[in-house]
Design a protein around this ligand. Structure first.
Ligand code: ATP
Length: 513
């Protein structure tokens, strides 16, 4: 455990030291669970996004892209269920680890009292027959008075506590009523927490006319509301997909794991629209495809595992996570969900617009079913960065820190290094830079001894170092040094472009997907 923590601390400090990730507004002591991507971080992040985008949109002729706005009509979030589902007072049972809506536990209790009273009334009605006066019985029977009285008192107290946001009293009520966990029978409860995950904001200039909006907690709804527009204008036929990357916002309650759980983060999502009844076939297809995409990066097969959900969200009929072994253990990296027709149907109901597809093959219209793949870009960044960061002991006993990023994703592909700062070597190096920079991100570095410059590039993850020395002036060759093996080769300047391209071109990395 200690080892894991140390490793994770190293990841965080390395990300800062080498210009990958900074705490947001650090000069003001930062903002919790919000981060900025620095000069190298932004390149790595762009490259990961691009690697995903090309695999989804460019490689699949039936998948197209979209970039929907972060602000959406507020009814979107009613239809999606976020307005109701993200506002619940939740309570955990410490023994069963089951989570419940505190208000539902109390309502269930009240309903039991209700049933007991109703039973008394039914019994009396049978006994008294024709002569039974229900109203009078309810007013005078001590047991019925007790049950109904208690029921009303409980519900009233709960309503008042929730209204006052007095969550401590909601818990007290659960304890006083001796409500037990339906699963385990245990009465060992945590505190009640209000999990309001959506950030609210206002749209409009004046206070009177402003409307309440939410910052989107997921990008998926931007795709659902554009389903018909994309389908018609793109003349898309089912099955087809819409892919999108973009910011999402969640007011996370537990947000302590660096960029694993952020309050502002980026998602890469693809919604695949299919014929009803075929969703499980496509669900299996996307599970397999997405895992292959991950494996193509070469971080190691044993770093990934599937976690099939036993308990499904109300909208899903199958769901699995691709979990990754982060420095703090296996955790969700990507979700693959068979969402049925829940979202499109809900948007049809709330908007009054048809969100259907006329399928010529079966000669009828239907609301398509959806299989989605949803991955956090920042989590993917953390997966790659933390796995790539390695400490090695070399043959001579010295240590080196190397960031073995997949070269296709590395922020800088090559560093051009004149051996010394004179004798025309900087000029030749600049010329090489100018030749390569149209195709690759390259940098120039002439400061410090060559060994130190190599180590600096190892730590920042640059796959190639190209050294220009006196021999270059004679025969137009340079030394190319490989980050991972530290091997060096003498090559012609004219071969550099194809040599680097062979290593970093997406075509090579996509071969097994
Ligand atoms: P978790 O259970 O970890 O909260 P989730 O099941 O709520 O995640 P989804 O709603 O399925 O996540 O979102 C899809 C993906 O978005 C996740 O697999 C994850 O990679 C990413 N993601 C979700 N919440 C965050 C966050 N707060 N910070 C960074 N990435 C996130």
């Amino acid at each position: 455990m200690k080892n894991q923590e140390d490793k994770f601390k190293k990841v965080i400090s390395h990300a800062k030291e080498y210009g990958y990730i900074f705490q947001s507004s650090e000069i003001y002591d930062g903002l919790s669970a919000v981060y900025d991507y620095a000069q190298n971080g932004v390149e790595l992040k762009n490259n990961i996004r691009n690697y995903w985008w090309k695999a989804m949109v460019q490689m699949n002729e039936n998948i197209v892209g979209l970039d929907a706005a972060i602000f959406m009509h507020p009814t979107t979030w009613k239809a999606s269920g976020h307005v109701d589902a993200f506002n619940d007072p939740l309570i955990d049972n410490k023994d069963s680890k089951k989570r419940y809506r505190a208000d539902v536990l109390i309502e269930d209790y009240a309903e039991k009292l209700n049933l007991k009273a109703k039973k008394e009334i039914a019994k009396a009605a049978k006994r008294f027959g024709e002569a039974f006066n229900e109203e009078e019985f309810i007013r005078t029977n001590p047991r019925v008075i007790k049950y109904f009285g208690k029921r009303d008192e409980v519900l009233k107290r709960m309503a008042k506590s929730l209204e006052n946001e007095d969550l401590a009293d909601v818990k007290d009520l659960i304890i006083e009523l001796e409500i037990a966990c339906p699963e385990s029978g245990s009465k060992n409860w945590t505190d009640v927490k209000q999990f309001n995950l959506m950030f609210g904001t206002k749209l409009g200039a004046s206070a009177d006319s402003a409307i309440d909006l939410f910052l989107r907690p997921e990008t998926a709804q931007g795709i659902f509301v554009n389903f018909a527009n994309v389908q018609k204008t793109g003349r898309m036929k089912i099955p087809f997909g819409i892919a999108q990357t973009g910011k999402a916002f969640r007011n996370e309650i537990v947000a302590r794991q660096f960029i694993f759980r952020m309050r502002e983060f980026e998602q890469m999502e693809m919604q695949f629209f299919v014929r009803p009844g075929e969703e499980l076939k496509w669900y299996e297809h996307w599970k397999e495809k997405r895992l292959k995409w991950h494996l193509s990066l070469g971080l190691g097969k044993d770093k990934y595992r599937f976690h099939d959900h036993d308990k499904l969200a109300h909208y899903a009929n199958a769901a699995a996570d691709i979990e990754f072994e982060f420095p703090f253990g296996f955790k969700e990296l990507e979700g693959i969900h068979s969402r049925t027709d829940f979202d499109l149907k809900a948007h049809e109901e709330h908007s009054g617009k048809k969100l259907q597809f006329f399928d010529h093959e079966v000669n009828k219209s239907y609301v398509p079913y959806v299989v989605e793949t949803s991955i956090g870009l920042d989590r993917m960044f953390l997966a790659i960065f933390s796995t790539s960061l390695q400490n090695e002991t070399l043959e001579d006993g010295s240590e080196r820190t190397v960031l073995r990023l997949p070269s296709v994703l590395a922020p800088t592909k090559a560093a051009i290094l004149p051996l010394i700062k004179k004798d025309g070597l900087p000029e030749i190096s600049r010329k090489i830079m100018d030749e390569l920079k149209y195709d690759f991100n390259v940098i120039y570095d002439e400061k410090d001894a060559i060994g130190r410059r190599y180590r600096r590039q190892d730590a920042v993850g640059t796959p190639f170092c190209i050294t220009v020395d006196h021999k270059t002036k004679e025969d137009n060759t340079v030394t190319i040094r490989f980050r991972d093996s530290m091997k060096q080769e003498r090559v012609e300047i004219s071969t550099l472009k194809s040599l680097i391209n062979k290593e970093v071109s997406i075509a090579n990395w996509f071969q097994d997907i």
